[in-house]
Design a protein around this ligand. Sequence first.
Ligand code: 4AD
Ligand code: MG
Length: 478
Amino acid sequence: MSSKRHLLKKLFKDGKELIDSEVLVKGWVRSVRKSKAFCFIVLNDGTCQGSLQIIADQDLANYDQVSSMINGFAIAVKGKLVESGGKGQSIELQAKEVEVIGETDGEYPLQKKATSYEFLREQAHLRSRTQTFGAIARISHALSFATHSFFHERGLYFLRSPIITAQDAEGAGEMFRVSTLSPNDPPKNQKGKVDHNQDYFGEETFLSVTGQLEAESYALGLGGVYTFGPTFRSENSNTPRHLAEFWMVEPEIAFAHLEDVADLAEDYVKYLVGYAIDNCKDELEFLNFRPRLKGGKFGDSPNGKEGHLEILEHVRNSNFKRITYTEAIEILSKADKKFEFPTNWGDELQTEHERYLTEVHFKSPVIVTDYPKTFKAFYMKQNDDGKTVRAMDLLVPGVGELIGGSEREEKMDPLLRAIEEKGMSRKPLEWYLELRKWGSCPHGGFGLGFERAVMYITGMSNIRDAIPFPRTPNSVQF
Ligand code: 4AD
Ligand code: MG
């Protein structure tokens, strides 16, 4: 079948102009309903949420083949586009030719009507053909496009930060090693330890957990930059919110204090939400009715009545709450909920605490600032109290921590003290320290976990469903 393929996304948008003309569509069969003299084929080509109804008449030369197709067939259809009388659809196609391009049989895994998310994770190579994962993929695309437009509009430049690194910038010891030494017989040094001097880079190297340190270097040259790329963490957290490989967006701005960083974070999240509402309406409306709302806390709204879309609409127009860590601890210790983990000043906020604050107490996104320095990274600006740092986390319902950021310590002496206090090695950080020596200035930034943003905006409750091919402990298939 020659001539140019029409994408459904475009047909649904401009279809009215093409009424009565001949169009060619290609896609995958969602269903076939047979009646005596004709059959209805529902076709989706992945370009949008909507499917096209096709009427195939028994006069078709290959009608027997066409009418016995099942879900999953890849086909091409040429026909006349007509206005549709059917409910919820504006156009339909009267087939003149139907070509079967690829068949499926009864073993096609997406046969079953109710395919659970767990089952679909095992079919990650096929799940993009379902309505749910098609929607998530298109929303993810829109969010990444929106990310570039947001920062571009703000005058920040996109920075490709390196993926291979010698530094554990977050100091959490959760790095994947990168090495070309023989795993069975690595060279040893005089102390009997693996000799990384003989390794590819002449020292021990890892996949990076963040692009922040490099972003700081470029922010102090360009005024403001952002990274958007894969980051890797070998933390052994088998939770619905952790991946071993995830994408992070890390803006970094010069001549900025914590309030500026928090403002940027709030504006960015609202921009993402607004962009999704304006550009992915069909997808969000479809996901609005997904079973995630059942049983989960997600979907709790200030008046308990709103749906997911309404909550997003509300978020877009709201002001995020801002509290200090100390205030958060006060709220948590007065809460009537019994927490698994302690809530004394100095304790780390756990997911249960974060979710209580954002889902139960404030019922809105909340920015928590000024955390104890003990459990935050070395690079954060220290407050005069000697105990806390200018850190900020942005917490959202259904997810918990969506963003982590801070103002950076721009002075040499306190930064050196922090490196020493944390028992870190100074040598790999010499270049970073030089940024404090020559033309240092207040600056800061944050990191947004892209898949957590996808979770938040789609309403999916497991991060494994917010990335095409998740990497988690003991799971690297596909
Ligand atoms: O809070 P984190 O560790 O901050 C940083 O990496 C800083 N360098 C960011 C900066 O200031 N430039 O991570 C930032 C965000 C978290 O808030 C979370 O959304 C996400 O990254 N994140 C993860 N997402 C999925 N799986 C994991 N294992 C994640 N760890 C962090
Ligand atoms: Mg964090």
